[in-house]
Design a binder for this molecule. Structure first.
Ligand code: SF4
Length: 374
């Protein structure tokens, strides 16, 4: 059976921001329209019960990430009830919140501190960079509000426990070193950089062709800034690739070939695939069985053939990837980036040239240390 590492719990299906690149609302998927705006009490109770069952069955804890839309739109009281129930049922499972930060206040921070919830805030960089895409429904940039939230969390007495880090989407038209310096200046303990969504039919923003290397060049500049800084914030994707090059294992989907079990539960209790697949086709994240935690036993879903096939789709099937010298590090990238209407996921990542450039730069950095590892 697939071991689940992460459950993304969609507790609010709408968002108070309207980021132009968002795969939930602005890349052709319409699933959000059919979802209840917020997770209701009855579905929440069923989710808690089912996650407890899954934990006992697989005998290993998993992370539970509250996600959306914007998860803080669930409201403080419902959040408290959910944290409390999850904490009581499965105390071994870590709780996390992925938020746009605009609704973070002292009451939410105190609540998260009480239940040991780690908070990751989405922000792309300085004001002009963030406000280019991360706007609200009136077209107004979100930077000032989010930046205030970052200062707020840093001043909280439990900041070191609360603040997990920041999540940034790469804009290859920016200067990577300036973006790196900005994030370092925020005091964040870590930054996770994501490529923009896209595929072979819809090239990601800023990428001129399959062969072009805009993202690769940007990442190489970032790597140079990171690896020459004696006191850097952690950059997960770079750390993971270095670990893989040194023979270790990565921790998340989209890098390397380690197994990573992810499941998504929507606000109505529907169980879906990795939600980034929404950027491939409308309903690209939907299982044909249309399972729901309300009707179906989660353990049976995870043990099913269809779930196993979905899980195995993380591994690239393209012969280009399977014979690639960088496969063990790149892993074929995120499945959503391999998609084309003609061949499904049977393609290398649309970021293939970028990934090769990044791996080559890391190999260059590691070369002087070859043979020195114990
Ligand atoms: S996407 Fe490209 S770099 Fe990555 S494994 Fe496939 S062929 Fe290699």
């Amino acid at each position: 059976m697939t071991v689940i590492d992460t459950v993304l719990l969609k507790v609010a299906s709408r968002c108070n921001l309207n980021c132009t690149y968002c795969y939930v609302f602005n890349m052709g998927d319409t699933g959000w329209e059919r979802q209840p705006k917020r997770l209701g009490d009855a579905v929440a109770a069923r989710i808690v019960e089912q996650l407890g069952d899954l934990y006992r069955y697989q005998g290993r804890p998993f992370s539970i990430v509250l996600h959306g839309g914007e998860p803080l739109m669930l409201g403080r009281d419902r959040l408290e009830a959910l944290f409390s129930a999850l904490h009581e049922e499965i105390p071994a499972c870590g709780l996390h919140l992925q938020t746009n930060g605009t609704l973070l206040d002292d009451r939410i921070l105190d609540l998260c501190a009480r239940f040991g919830v780690g908070i990751s805030i989405s922000l792309d960089g300085p004001e002009a960079v963030t406000d280019r895409f991360r706007i609200d429904h009136k077209g107004k940039g979100s930077f000032q509000r989010v930046h205030k939230a970052v200062e707020h969390i840093r001043r909280h007495p439990k900041a070191s426990q609360l603040f997990s880090g920041m999540l940034a989407v790469v804009d290859p038209e920016t200067n990577a070193r300036e973006i790196y310096d900005f994030f370092k200046g925020t005091g964040t303990p870590s930054v996770d950089f994501l490529y923009r969504d896209g595929n072979h039919d819809q090239l990601p923003f800023g990428k001129a062709s399959f062969e072009s290397t805009e993202y690769g060049r940007w990442m190489c500049d970032l790597i140079d800034a990171y690896l020459t800084d004696p006191t850097p914030p952690r950059i997960r994707v770079v750390d993971d690739m270095i670990k893989l090059l040194l023979g270790g294992a990565a921790r998340k989907e989209g890098v390397g070939l380690s197994d990573y079990g992810i499941m998504v539960i929507d606000t109505d209790g529907t169980i879906s695939k990795n939600d980034t697949l929404k950027s491939t086709t409308n309903a690209g994240d939907v299982f044909s069985e249309n399972w729901s935690v309300v009707r179906d036993r989660l353990v049976d879903v995870v043990r099913s053939r269809e779930f196993r096939d979905y899980h195995e789709s993380q591994r690239p099937i393209s012969s280009v990837c399977r014979t690639c010298a960088d496969l063990a590090v790149c892993g074929g990238g995120m499945p959503t980036h391999r998609f084309s209407a003609k061949r499904g996921l049977d393609n290398p990542s649309v970021f293939c040239s970028d990934q090769k450039m990044v791996v080559a730069r890391l190999r260059q950095w590691l070369k002087p240390h070859e043979g020195k590892a114990a």
